[in-house]
Design a protein around this ligand. Structure first.
Ligand code: O7E
Length: 217
């Protein structure tokens, strides 16, 4: 059974804390990205971790030259348990992030590097999909911890998971984006994560919604 990752894309700190505390019984990991960090500050990652005791992954989809990726990774991993980066920028840019994560590992602090292959929205078919298999191959070569692949396209999810076979998969698209959870469950295993955002945090009862997803998983 895959794990449940909450995409905490709300814009208000008290709401973020309330939802993450209410749902923490059913959520395995929390993903925090630009919406919440820009609405508050980077320290929100630490505050949510303290309130929930959950693993927090930071989703900045980092996509810059190696020197800049390194700076972003250093600042982010000071707070987060893992970082999400884009793979299309190439091997050297992703390697710069892996190097920072390895520095943390050397002092006994394990940090995950997760790389996007193909995104879940319609527009990803234009430019990302044609190169996504190559990006997934690079995930294997670089030995990243995880990849991001779409729940909106279970066939592609399966292909990308098979190509990057040493990496776990975190997969968005179930819930508000209409992905078919039953099809996704045929592909993912216990090392992987289903990401759910709006279907939980916009529900009038986020706790009940998180419980429902946890049970379905
Ligand atoms: O559609 P929702 O509300 O369930 O939220 C999905 C979350 O996953 C949201 O934070 C969005 O930014 C993110 N996401 C996608 O929806 N599609 C992708 O292809 C990639 C991501 C993402 O988070 O990438 C890193 C995991």
């Amino acid at each position: 059974m895959p794990k449940l990752m909450l995409a905490l894309d709300v814009l208000d700190e008290s709401e973020a804390i309330k939802i993450s505390e209410e749902t923490s019984e059913y959520v395995d990991c929390i993903k925090i990205g630009y919406p919440l960090v820009l609405a508050t500050d980077l320290g929100i990652i630490k505050r949510i971790k303290e309130k929930t005791n959950k693993e927090v992954i930071c989703d900045f989809k980092v996509a810059d030259i190696p020197a800049t990726n390194e700076k972003i990774a250093r600042l982010t991993l000071n707070y987060a348990d893992g970082i999400i980066c884009q793979g299309f920028v190439g091997l050297d840019s992703v390697k710069a992030i892996i190097n920072v994560a390895e520095e943390y590992k050397q002092v006994g602090n394990s940090k995950k590097v997760i790389m996007v292959t193909e995104m879940s929205h319609e527009g990803a078919k234009s430019f990302m999909q044609p190169i996504a298999n190559e990006i997934a191959k690079m995930a294997g070569k670089l030995n990243v911890d995880g990849i991001v692949a779409p729940s909106t396209r279970p066939t592609r999810l399966k292909e990308l998971k098979e190509i990057a076979n040493n990496a776990f998969v975190i997969s968005p698209g179930v819930g508000a984006q209409g992905g078919d959870l039953q099809e996704v469950l045929k592909v993912l295993d216990e090392n992987d994560y289903v990401i759910v955002g709006r279907a939980i945090y916009l529900n009038e009862n986020p706790k009940e919604s998180a419980k429902k997803y946890k049970e379905l998983l």
